[in-house]
Design a binder for this molecule. Sequence first.
Ligand code: AMP
Length: 133
Amino acid sequence: MPTVFELIRDGQIPSRKIYEDEKVFAILDVNPRAKGHTLVISKEVYPTVSDAPNDVLARMMEVVAKVDKKMRESLKADGTNVIINNSPASGQEVPHLHIHVIPRFEGDGISFFPPVTEYKENEADEYLEKLKI
Ligand code: AMP
């Protein structure tokens, strides 16, 4: 079954598109977490960030930077949050790689980050060893 973003890509359902090239397109999120909330989406379907090739990832981040710049210029945003949800455990609803770009304003009261947690003794070093690339 095609993802909702494939249907949008193929013009089978409408969207508000702000950008398109041969690898990537960007649309307004239909359920904005802030007005102007944009999704930068790969044209090919990759379920998560680790499934996508580097050229697509690079292009997606180039477009994210353009969107960030445009939000600062046109919306007078003071900043943005750039978020990728990978797999349902992270809250990903659409299994088709996309990057959320959410405009932020001083004092807007939005909070995306989970609360701080703590490592037990020596645990941070264990994580360091597990995560070294
Ligand atoms: P995620 O939870 O990271 O998979 O986010 C999926 C996002 O896609 C959500 O923020 C939805 O609001 C958005 N979305 C779902 N359907 C559409 C649609 N037809 N047009 C625009 N955005 C959509």
